[in-house]
Design a binder for this molecule. Structure first.
Ligand code: ADP
Ligand code: MG
Length: 361
């Protein structure tokens, strides 16, 4: 299967209301051809609703959807030529793998003589070459999800929608499939819009991640930008592993936390309440070797949790403020962590000192 190119997707002010519930509230998004965009948000934030509007299963209450420049807002699903993969595979249990994968070709009434070769190509794409005759019941969960993928790709759609396709798989398989999907996307070149509530999954696979909350688009950006430049406290709490602490404004480029002034190398919002987002991996144990401009904090170790590749260290500042940091678990790093009850100094670089508005987009 060759690189078939992707569709440009434009969503203009899309809304969906169910009575008083705003499942989706005035969302606009431009997705470039061949982009992999994840829709990330907690349960009930409107991800499936937005995907349904794109696929044509849900009629928006307002706004429009354009694919490749065409207005498809009122085009039925089967005329949008979109590949779709759901969480629960939705395979036909009484059909063989080959019949399942060929189904979209039959539904489109394509010439029968082309099926065998296309099925072979699609199965090879998902690493299931030679599985044509197997029954669905004979497959593992991961293999079923691959069959669903092959079925979604067989008619070479330029846009593929996926709604939590890996959430039923166990962790190891899910992480392998994430990498496979990423590579598959590069080879296929289709535009992919992927729904997940798992931030690591979104960061692993996506060119950009759109954060949804209460039916609204809060922020859309590249993974590293979302991580390092969250628009507000909600995004900061949702991406990465951060401690969020209310802080007072101390100057144009500084805030105060428990009596300590912390400098930030980033712009600080001019108005409103502020929150400091300290990502666990940005906080380093002070040993005097770090650069002098680092912000220093001191407290008492309250717990040390061994988590394999790293230690999670919990710290209480003198006013009781709780923080946590990660330290690699190798000998040289781990031995710098004193026992519970002892004092520990940590520091945060001004470039890593992320201060965000408490609310708002
Ligand atoms: P997500 O996929 O992010 O979990 P959904 O898009 O499924 O969220 O739902 C968004 C909101 O819309 C939720 O509050 C949900 O209860 C509501 N909702 C979704 N579908 C319907 C429906 N058919 N009728 C009424 N409310 C709905
Ligand atoms: Mg959903």
């Amino acid at each position: 299967m060759a690189n078939i190119g992707g569709e440009r997707v434009e969503i203009r002010s899309a809304s969906k209301h169910y009575g008083a519930v705003r499942a989706l509230d005035d969302v606009s998004l431009d997705i470039a051809p061949q982009e992999f965009v994840s829709l990330l948000g907690p349960s009930g934030s409107g991800k499936t609703t937005l995907l349904g509007i794109l696929g044509g299963f849900i009629q928006p209450s307002g706004g429009s959807v354009h694919l490749g420049g065409r207005d498809v807002t009122y085009t039925p699903p089967h005329k949008r030529d979109i590949g779709i993969v759901f969480q629960n595979y939705a395979l036909f249990p009484h059909m063989s793998v080959g019949e399942n994968v060929a189904f979209p070709l039959r539904a489109r009434r394509l010439p029968k003589s082309t099926y065998a070769e296309k099925v072979r190509g699609a199965l090879a794409m998902v690493d299931l070459a030679g599985y044509e005759e197997r029954g669905i019941a004979q497959l593992s969960g991961g293999q079923r999800q691959r069959v669903a993928l092959a079925r979604a790709m067989i008619f070479e759609p330029r846009l593929i929608l996926m709604d939590e396709p890996l959430s039923a798989l166990d962790k190891q398989l899910r992480e392998n499939m994430q990498i496979e999907l990423r590579q598959l996307h590069r080879r296929l070149g289709a535009t992919i819009i992927y729904v997940t509530h798992d931030q690591r999954e979104a960061l692993t696979m996506s060119d950009r991640v759109a954060i949804l909350k209460d039916g609204k688009l809060v922020q859309i950006d590249r993974p590293e930008r979302l991580h390092d430049h969250p628009a507000n406290a909600f995004v900061a709490s949702f991406i990465g592993e951060a401690t969020l602490l209310p802080v007072e404004r101390a100057g144009a480029d500084s805030v105060s936390l428990a009596g300590t002034v912390l400098k930030s190398a980033r712009p600080i919002a001019a108005n409103g309440e502020l929150v400091l987002a300290i990502q666990t991996e940005k906080l380093l144990v002070e040993d005097g070797s770090g650069s002098p401009e680092r912000n220093r904090l001191e407290g008492r170790v309250t717990d040390v949790v061994f988590q394999g590749e790293s230690l999670r260290v919990f710290l209480a500042l003198d006013d009781g403020t709780a923080l946590s940091l990660r330290q690699p678990s190798h000998y040289e790093a781990a031995r710098r962590i004193p026992p519970v009850g002892e004092r520990l100094a940590v520091s945060l670089h001004p470039q890593d000192t992320i201060i965000v508005p408490k609310t708002g987009a």
